[in-house]
Design a protein around this ligand. Structure first.
Ligand SMILES: [Zn+2]
Length: 115
């Protein structure tokens, strides 16, 4: 049984709160102004690596969080499930896999090809 839009909206609400708590826990570990300080030179390299990993994870999470919020906003405009590029309805299986999808598969493929 495919999910309904109401169920997809619930999924988004759940994802939003999960992303929010992940963001909070990573933010408490990451100093975005850069490199961690350490008194132990041997630890410094792994700490730098750890910081870099956390910063990129943080950026990824922020992007997903924005996408999820954006998708939730589209329920208010009654534009959820509509491709932002061509206006076609996005396939439900695609939305089930990625509830925050902005584009239909055709447009997503086209946009990715441009990069
Ligand atoms: Zn499209």
């Amino acid at each position: 049984m495919p999910l309904t839009y109401a169920e997809l909206q619930q999924l988004l609400v759940k994802q939003e709160s999960e992303l929010q708590s992940q963001l909070e826990s990573i933010q408490s570990e990451v100093r975005e102004d850069g490199v961690g300080y350490s008194n132990h030179i041997a630890d410094a390299a792994s700490e730098v690596f750890e910081q870099a990993r956390n910063v990129s994870l943080l950026q990824q999470l922020r992007r997903s969080h924005e996408d999820v919020l954006h998708a939730m906003g589209k329920f208010d405009d009654a534009t959820y499930g509509i491709c932002e590029s061509c206006g076609a309805l996005i396939d439900i299986p695609r939305l089930e896999a990625l509830p925050s999808a902005r584009y239909c598969v055709t447009c997503q493929t086209r946009l990715e090809g441009k990069r």
